[in-house]
Design a protein around this ligand. Structure first.
Ligand code: DGJ
Length: 376
């Protein structure tokens, strides 16, 4: 049996061993069988709810380390109860043309889809690294579809906010030409926290656009949408407002926590306040999650600490944030923390942790649970 077929077969057998028929709960960190009994393949994912259906988009990963690169594309699953997932196939396929931005072997991570009521289009954004360029490209890819399951049409890639400084850029950032080129950061490992006096990455990238690696999308209650992305060599988070059609950034953006190095941002809104859960930057290896809160999305954000509590809380239960799903509205709203437990040596075998978020005052708190019980 070919190696990749073998892994698929083992994941299928494991899925069947978990139990046949409709699952009443899903084991956090275990096998999550789809409608054909195969482990769901939607890593670094996000959820879109349309009507009574939830759509789960994620990275379709294959076996081995190669699976960390985009060999297939972005997958889509649908469910009405968050437990029984129908495989809807590949929503965005990689291109066989090596010259394409989304060539097979490029890196496509953390795809997210939002629906634009003005245009009637489903809009997908993802972190894109061009073929053969490691993680240096740090671009956003954008694709659209008339239907939630696709196929999505790839539009373009870019670095956000080219030609514009952040709303909270300082005079120092705007003096990009006024300090010796030798002091400009040109790559390699950054010290943390960054010596802001020597490394004006924000100014460096103003003309060509700001770097964008780990990212997420958030649609506010007024329909405005935002890109949240790890920028400035991952040292600083940016929140960028999108244009009305959700196909671009509109140049209004802020820099958050300069030199603090956040990845994996996941935003949600509760009681009129904005929250984020993020991670530290340690590659595929788990680290302690972080949480933060703001009264205005482009305003002042304050850190609230590690939201995880209990055994392995300092490692986010061996996972990393990817999305926070709100279920229900107003006082009845509940929030589900979605995380990936990566297995970079065999990417296809990554697992999912979906854990409820509770609140102590304004602070989000996440405790381990063996199973995810869906909408209950
Ligand atoms: C951590 C990020 O959160 C992942 O999405 C991925 O980019 C890995 N780093 C790659 O090492």
């Amino acid at each position: 049996m070919k190696k990749s077929m073998k892994t698929q077969f083992l994941l299928l057998v494991a899925a069947l061993a978990v139990g046949c028929g409709a699952p009443k709960e899903l084991p956090n960190g275990g096998i999550w069988p789809d409608d054909s009994g195969v482990h769901v393949n939607a890593h670094g994912g996000g959820i879109l709810k349309q009507g009574d259906t939830y759509y789960w988009y994620g990275q379709f990963m294959i076996e081995g380390e190669l699976g960390n690169t985009a060999q297939v594309g972005v997958s889509c699953y649908s469910s009405k109860d968050l437990l029984n997932w129908k495989n809807e196939g590949i929503a965005l396929a990689v291109s066989e043309d090596p010259g394409s931005d989304i060539a097979k072997g490029s890196i496509i991570e953390r795809p997210k889809v939002i629906y634009n009521a003005r245009t009637g289009k489903y809009v997908m954004w993802f972190h894109l690294e061009l073929l053969g360029n490691g993680y240096k490209s740090a671009r956003c890819g954008i694709a659209v579809s008339d239907t939630p399951t696709g196929p999505f049409t790839y539009l373009r890639s870019m670095r956000p906010n080219a030609g514009h400084y952040a709303l909270n850029a300082t005079p120092y950032h705007k003096r990009n030409d006024n300090y010796p080129p030798a002091q400009r950061f040109t790559g390699g490992v950054l010290p943390s926290p960054i010596d802001q006096g020597n490394m004006n990455i924000h100014g460096r990238d103003m003309a060509g656009g700001q770097m964008s690696r780990d990212m997420n999308l958030f649609v506010d209650t007024d329909g405005s949408a935002y890109l949240i992305h790890a920028s400035e060599e991952n040292s600083t988070l940016h929140i960028s407002r999108l244009t009305d059609d959700y196909l671009d950034t509109d140049s209004l953006y802020v820099r958050l926590f300069p030199g603090r190095f956040h990845e994996a941002p996941a935003m949600f809104k509760r009681g009129g306040k904005y929250y984020m859960i993020t991670s530290d930057c340690t590659g595929w290896a788990p680290n302690a999650a972080r949480s933060m809160c703001a009264d205005e999305i482009l305003g002042e954000w304050r850190e609230l600490g590690n939201p995880c509590v209990g055994e392995d809380a300092d490692l986010t239960f061996h996972g990393q944030s990817t999305y926070v799903l709100q279920v229900g509205e107003g006082d009845a709203a509940r929030y589900i923390f979605m995380a990936d437990r990566w297995t970079p040596e065999n990417a296809i075998d990554g697992r999912y942790l979906w854990l409820p978020i509770s609140f102590e005052g304004e602070r989000p708190v996440i405790r381990w649970q063996d199973t995810f019980c869906g909408l209950k």
